[in-house]
Write a protein that binds this ligand. Structure first.
Ligand code: ADP
Ligand code: MG
Length: 251
C-alpha cells in the first residue's frame, strides 16, 4: 500500500484513501486531516461515503489504496482490536449497550482492565473502577441512573451511555456516527455540551445531519459527496459554498 506522508503533526492523516466495492468507489482518493483536540464533522448526502470513512479508520473495512496514519502509525495494516488499542474508539449508528445490565454494569464492563484482576491488586483496582464509573456517569448525565437497567433508558440516554462506555476507555480519537439521530431538542443541546466537554484532551470525528448541532460543535467541517471532498473549512464557509447548497443543504 502506498505511503504518502513520511511524518505528520496531525493526530490523524488520511491520504489518497480509496475503497472500491466491486468497482464502485465509495471513498475516492480522499485526503483528510484531524488535529489534536479538534471536533471534525463530516456531512453530506446519503451514500456520500461518510460511514465508510469511519469504517476504514476503525479497520472494519479494508482500504483498496491509500494511507491512514494515527500518531504516524499506519492503521490500514492493523486489525480492528489493534486499532482500538492504539486509542481509536468508535460508536455506531445504533447503540450497542447491554440492555439487561444496569448503567453501572455497562460502564464497568467497558473499563479496560489489565491482565489480572486477582490478588492484592484487585481491591485497589475495584476502587479505581468505581471512581471512574461515577466520573463518567456524571459526564454523560446518568449519575442518578446508575442502578437503572439500560433497557429502561430513553433513546437519548442509551446514546449517552454508549458514549460513556467509549469514554471510559479514554480513546484519543472518538468517532461518532449520527449521535443525535432520534434525540429530542434538549437532548441534542446536552449532547453538544458533552462533546465540547470531552474534546479537552482528545479529538472527535462526528458524522451528523443536524446542522444546528453541527454548528454548535464543529471546529472544522468536511462535506463529502460521492466519496470525494466537495468543500471543507469552517461551518460558515461550507454553509455559504454554492456547491454545498446545491448538492446537500438546498434539499
Ligand atoms: P453515508 O454514510 O454517507 O450515507 P455510506 O458510507 O454508508 O454512506 O455508503 C457509501 C456508498 O457505499 C453507498 O452507495 C453504499 O451503498 C456503498 N457501500 C457501503 N458499504 C458497502 C459494502 N460493504 N459493500 C458494497 N457497497 C457498500
Ligand atoms: Mg452513514
Amino acid at each position: 500500500m502506498k505511503t504518502v506522508t513520511s511524518n505528520t503533526d496531525f493526530l490523524l492523516a488520511i491520504e489518497n484513501l480509496t475503497v472500491s466495492f466491486d468497482g464502485f468507489k465509495a471513498v475516492n482518493d480522499l485526503n483528510l486531516y484531524v488535529d489534536e483536540n479538534e471536533i471534525h464533522v463530516i456531512i453530506g448526502p446519503n451514500g456520500a461515503g461518510k460511514t465508510t470513512v469511519l469504517d476504514l479508520i476503525c479497520g472494519r473495512t479494508r482500504a483498496t489504496d491509500g494511507s491512514i496514519k494515527f500518531h504516524n502509525r499506519e492503521l490500514t495494516e492493523m486489525r480492528e482490536h489493534e486499532i482500538v488499542r492504539e486509542g481509536v474508539g468508535r460508536k455506531f449508528q445504533n447503540p450497542s449497550i447491554y440492555e439487561d445490565l444496569s448503567v453501572f454494569e455497562n460502564l464497568e464492563i467497558s473499563f479496560p482492565r489489565g491482565r489480572s484482576v486477582f490478588g492484592a491488586l484487585a481491591f485497589k483496582r475495584d476502587a479505581e473502577v468505581i471512581d471512574r464509573v461515577h466520573e463518567i456517569a456524571d459526564m454523560v448525565f446518568l449519575k442518578e441512573l446508575l442502578d437503572t437497567q439500560a433497557a429502561f433508558l430513553s433513546h437519548g440516554q442509551k446514546q449517552w451511555l454508549e458514549i460513556g462506555m467509549l469514554l471510559i476507555q479514554d480513546p484519543e480519537l472518538l468517532m461518532l456516527d449520527e449521535p443525535v439521530a432520534g434525540m429530542s431538542v434538549s437532548e441534542r443541546k446536552q449532547t453538544a455540551k458533552l462533546l465540547n466537554e470531552i474534546t479537552k484532551g482528545r479529538s472527535v470525528m462526528v458524522v451528523e445531519h443536524d446542522m444546528k448541532f453541527v454548528e454548535d460543535i464543529a471546529h472544522r467541517v468536511t462535506v463529502l459527496h460521492q466519496g470525494k471532498i466537495l468543500s471543507e473549512g469552517s461551518m460558515a464557509k461550507v454553509q455559504a459554498d454554492p456547491k454545498v447548497i446545491d448538492v446537500y443543504l438546498g434539499h
